[in-house]
Design a protein around this ligand. Structure first.
Ligand SMILES: O=C[C@H](O)[C@H](O)[C@H](O)COP(=O)(O)O
Length: 221
């Protein structure tokens, strides 16, 4: 059984006619968009906003109606994956480089449902290097500041070239070791000029975590 798909399909059960839905990014969120797309084909009426160009394109393929931000009054629910989840529901996100748009959408949603398989569960965040979106200008200075905070900040590369986000920024992957206080680290990172956003999503913003297991069961946090 595909555990990511299981969690995604469980989350999509929460989506009802008339809702505005935030679409996440990544392999787990893709399962959710697939499931929503099938429901839309079967008559479900929703509007959506996407957290990446990739998710927007997928939604378009299914004929999911996309709403412009200028017309948006409310996002009822956002469904998105994560790279790590701690027992309180704090997250690391951004493995796919979409963290800035994801965080804006998640933090402006009434409900934020996180979908993961059980491999994403950790006792303490930090094994997965924390993705930090940085503006390209004077990036070496920003990297120095990130290293001063105790991380090994490395600019992400893809196919031998710098990975560029949908916002034309770069990603610094920052290993901090175990992150004992995600709240404090989030604040410290956002105080660095040149940091656009970091991949720490705090538990207070997470409505529910749905965990899929390969034995076909789901669990909730
Ligand atoms: O930037 C990407 C996102 O934060 C993803 O939701 C996260 O990396 C999890 O991805 P996946 O579902 O592919 O494991």
């Amino acid at each position: 059984m595909n555990a990511k798909r299981l969690a995604a399909e469980k989350a999509v059960e929460y989506v009802k006619n008339g809702m505005v839905v935030g679409l996440g990014t990544g392999s787990t969120a893709t399962w959710a968009i697939n499931a929503l797309g099938e429901k839309v084909k079967a008559g479900l009426e929703i509007q959506a906003i996407a957290s990446s160009v990739a998710s927007e394109n997928l939604a378009k393929q299914y004929g999911i109606s996309l709403i412009d931000f200028s017309e948006l009054n409310i996002i009822h629910v956002t469904i998105d994956g994560a790279d790590e989840v701690d027992p309180k529901g704090n997250l690391i996100k951004g493995g796919g480089g979409a963290l800035l748009r994801e965080k804006i959408i998640a933090y402006n949603s009434k409900e934020f449902i996180v979908i993961v398989d059980d491999t994403k569960l950790v006792n303490t965040l930090g094994k997965f290097p924390l993705p930090v979106e940085v503006v390209p200008f004077a990036v070496d200075l920003t990297l120095k500041q990130l290293r001063n905070l105790g991380s090994t900040a490395i600019i992400r590369k893809k196919d031998g070239k710098e990975f560029v986000t949908d916002n034309a920024n770069l990603i610094a992957d920052c290993s901090f070791g175990e992150i004992q206080d995600p709240d404090k680290l989030n604040t410290s990172l956002l105080l660095i000029p040149g940091v656009a956003e970091c991949g720490l999503f705090l538990h207070s913003k997470v409505s529910q975590v749905i965990i899929g297991y390969t034995d076909g069961t789901v669990d909730f946090l």
